[in-house]
Write a protein that binds this ligand. Sequence first.
Ligand SMILES: *Cc1c(COP(=O)(O)O)cnc(C)c1O
Length: 418
Amino acid sequence: MTGAFFGPTDPPQRLLMGPGPINVYPRVLRAMSMDMLGQFDPEMTAYMNETMALYRQVFMTDNRRTFLIDGTARAGIEAALVSLVEPGTRILIVRAGRFGLLLSEIAGRIGADIRTIDLEWGEVASLEQIEAAIKEHRPRVFACIHGDTSTTMAQPLEGVGALCRKYDVLSYVDATATLGGNPVDVDGWGIDVVSAGLQKCMGGPPGSAPITISEQAAEFIFSRRHVEQGIRVAGTQDGQGVRIGSNYFDLAMVMDYWSEKRLNHHTEATTMLYGARECARIMLEEGLETRFDRHRRAGAAVTAGLRAMGLRVFGHDAYRMANVTGVWIPDRVDGEAVRLRMREDFEIEIGTAFGPLIGKIWRIGAMGYNAMKHKVLITLGALEVVLAGQGYPMPRGEAVDAALMAWDAGAADETIRK
Ligand SMILES: *Cc1c(COP(=O)(O)O)cnc(C)c1O
């Protein structure tokens, strides 16, 4: 074995204007450098309780069971699905992008009976479509993505919870991309389980997945506790009453750990807890409405700037998330060469795409700590220079002007509203 030794961990300061991760609020990084506490130290359990109270506000919910799953956003998705879905459980999933496909991939591993609403990337499901599919398939669980970063579209969720309740269906939503930048109105929508991550609009690092669980869903999950693997509970249907197929993601155990019982499960990732707590504090200090407005303005400015360059923005204006904008790569422009020049000349990262959109669109994010006027303007200015360097013909300087106007028009609207 050779004695390999490397330099210090000292990455360059890139401006991350892609679909995530993004630059982290300095206050969050500072909170994450604080010292450890013992798991049952009263200071630690107080932080845990405060974090739950903060995330209830972030998720706009009264759900008692609102806490963190340790792991990236996918850990929240997996915990929700493995705890709600048993082998053979019928689940209806909306698939309109990469993350909808991820839901069915995870449900497939659990052995679920999967039914889908398959849409073209960039489309969203209507309430009528969802109701028709629920009537046809009679699922136990409905699952969808709120904002799918792969397409930049946000699925409207108004009325979805009520619809699910009407047909006795438990609902799950992945709000990773939207939480912290777009309203995620858990109680207003009546969704049973919602999970997210920190590395998008919350302005934190990847590694913690806030989750919120309704009483009804918690009751169902607790009913699966203590059931031996493969042994059916008396009175349940085939495939039901099976023990949750994961220890780490067993939400019944994790809920007990975060409850006053404090039943030991994993060791709460102390540093991530500090970071998640600070992310929520920053958001609530700013105020939810101000926060959403800032992201709306950032999205409007990006869109206006791209259009002023003569570029075509991806998807429907009506359903676009505020925080990530897709844009068609123009003919005869090499998308990867543009991303390289953006990174090498300007230290700015913009996103590539997945699946059917790979090589066709770029994705430009402006979220959390990066949903700021100067960062949006700098990114658009750099993109103008890089595109011109690629021989793309366009009027120079107009994108930044247009973006500035769109940002400030947002501010003017706000003055009128007040
Ligand atoms: C970014 C994103 C994720 C990311 O999951 P990680 O495990 O944190 O990489 C999940 N879902 C959606 C909708 C996302 O936008």
